[in-house]
Design a binder for this molecule. Structure first.
Ligand code: ASP
Ligand code: MG
Length: 437
């Protein structure tokens, strides 16, 4: 079985954990390992970029602290850390030099890419020191996006084939998640948390049967463990369910991860580096159809946009004009509900909300409101089964619901509520749908 294994920031966040990762990788007989940056790295580099773009200068203290973390890790991990010392020295010199000549987005992306670069190189050094045949792949030679920001999957597949064929069959390849090049050939990335997506794309490009995402929790839980007690990992779920949960706030998985795996029918496993024997979650095409309700997730920072227009009555082409405005501002719509004279929709990217609402005003009465959360219940919520939607809404009867979306799929019900009611809603749904059953 061909497996691609991806490890998140905490999994590679210390020398001790990196050793655990090495034993998992060897145990699983994986060929390709995709790594995030050590925990805290990307946050620190993003903060550095923010300071630079706001003209606050370089955050020297933060940068030295980060450098110290890498040096401590390699000091503990490697018996001979000479090569790693040079790598860390060169990388931080590069970051300082780029920061001194900071020129906006291009510099920021070059800086933020350094975490994955260092972490993967250090891990490859460790494998080699332990006597394994390991090779480091610079993924920016293979992962590139086009003008629209989409990854060129054909190029990725052919490049990886070429790179993998240059080594013996027993070589273990280590590479970076998250980073890529853009259509100009500059260093870029797939967005925060994008390493999962990298692993899925690499799995699809190399004909893998399984992509394993290793984090610090035993699979995807049926509710948010940060707010709800007694949550449990879901053992088996379908691509569609996982995609909805990842999108609607289950932090364990980047929402784009599912699409390449579904397309190539690659099983996705969510596993815990700190407890490798735990079963985790398996995501496949079929999932588990034995349960009515599978999970609840919530997504914050949702803005609702409302358009009310008498012109919508019996008119065609109205929604197209509404959508065109969102398209113009490249702002995806998540939830949508319509009545005969009004449309309500939600977005999670507020960058252009004011401009969007101003243009929508030409079509009718337009307004927006921030500070909302989408609560999504995923399960077998069949269209012909009575009582299911009522059951869900009944759980949160004392909470004002601003929008409800059901019917597009028989797998989920989404509700928009004020964010201040979120925790109560998650707990009530948990009691009603999972505990008191
Ligand atoms: N290191 C990147 C981040 O923190 C990518 C990832 O971990 O998936 O967003
Ligand atoms: Mg992640």
């Amino acid at each position: 079985m061909k497996k691609v294994l991806k490890f998140g920031g905490t999994s590679v966040g210390s020398a001790e954990n990196m050793k655990k990762v090495a034993s998992i990788v060897l145990d699983q007989k994986s060929k390709v390992v995709v790594l995030s940056a050590m925990s805290g790295t990307t946050d620190a580099l993003v903060a550095l970029n923010a300071a630079l773009s706001e003209g606050r200068g370089i955050l020297e203290e933060k940068l030295s602290e980060l450098e110290g973390k890498y040096r401590r890790c390699t000091g503990e991990l490697l018996s001979d850390s000479k090569e790693a010392d040079t790598l860390i020295g060169d990388t931080f010199a590069f970051i300082r030099k780029t920061a001194a000549r900071y020129s906006g987005d291009k510099s920021a992306k070059a800086i933020v890419a350094q975490g994955e670069k260092m972490t993967s190189a250090i891990f490859a050094m460790y494998l080699k020191e332990c006597g394994h045949k390991a090779a480091l792949i610079d993924i920016t030679e293979a992962m590139r996006t086009d003008e629209s920001g989409a990854v060129d999957t054909a190029f990725l597949a052919s490049k990886l084939r070429e790179i993998l064929s240059q080594s013996d069959g027993d070589t273990l390849f280590v590479t970076q998640g998250f980073i890529c090049r853009d259509s100009n050939g500059d260093i870029s990335n797939l967005g925060r948390g994008g390493s999962d997506y990298s692993a899925a794309l690499i799995g699809a490009a190399t004909g893998a049967d399984e992509v394993q995402i290793w984090t610090d929790i035993d699979g995807m839980h049926n509710n948010d463990p940060r707010y709800v007690e007694g949550t449990y990992p879901i053992r088996h779920m379908s691509f569609n369910e996982a995609a909805e949960l990842a999108y609607f706030g289950a932090k364990i998985l980047h929402p784009s991860t599912i699409q390449p795996c579904r397309e190539h029918d690659i099983a996705v496993k969510l596993k815990n580096t700190l407890d490798p024997a735990a079963e985790g979650t398996t995501i496949t095409a079929t999932g588990d159809s034995s349960k009515k309700y599978h999970a609840v997730a919530a997504k914050d920072d949702i803005t609702v946009v409302r358009i009310c227009s008498a012109r919508m009555l019996l008119a065609y082409g109205f929604l197209r004009r509404v959508f065109e405005i969102f398209e113009k501002y490249r702002t995806p719509i998540d939830m949508i509900t319509t009545s005969e004279v009004a449309v309500s929709l939600t977005i999670d990217d507020n960058t252009y909300v004011e401009a969007i609402v101003e243009e929508l005003s030409a079509l009718g009465n337009a307004s927006y409101e921030r500070g909302n959360s989408i609560i999504c219940v995923v399960g077998k919520i069949e269209h012909d089964t009575p009582g299911l939607v009522a059951d869900i809404l009944d759980s949160i009867r004392e909470i004002p619901v601003k929008m409800v979306s059901y019917g597009a799929s028989s797998r989920s019900v989404a509700m928009l509520i004020n964010s201040k009611d979120k925790i109560t809603a998650l707990r009530r749904l948990n009691d009603h749908l999972f505990v008191n059953r």
